[in-house]
Design a binder for this molecule. Structure first.
Ligand SMILES: [Zn+2]
Length: 86
């Protein structure tokens, strides 16, 4: 029986919006996902409370919030400054 490598991966989550449900292999992929979620929320007059996390295992608490690197921070800024405090 082989054990597939499944972690870590990136995802986005928020207390209100919940998990995006993806397993992003790259931080940039997660930023892109977050941007589209924010775009969808903005269209409805709200904002997304999701942030990017790095999932390290299958347990409920096995994730950590990640700092954006320079490249993903630029993507973040380009997709709109409507997120309060990050
Ligand atoms: Zn996603």
């Amino acid at each position: 029986m082989t054990r597939r490598h499944r972690w870590p991966y990136y995802a986005t989550r928020g207390d209100v919006r919940g998990w995006c449900g993806h397993r992003h292999r790259t931080l940039q992929g997660a930023v892109s996902c977050l941007c589209s979620d924010r775009g969808g929320c903005r269209a409805q007059g709200g904002y997304s409370d999701r942030a990017i996390v790095r999932v390290t295992g299958s347990g409920p608490g096995e994730y950590e919030y990640v700092d954006l690197d320079i490249r993903s921070r630029r993507m973040w800024v380009e997709c709109g400054p409507d997120q309060p405090a990050m």
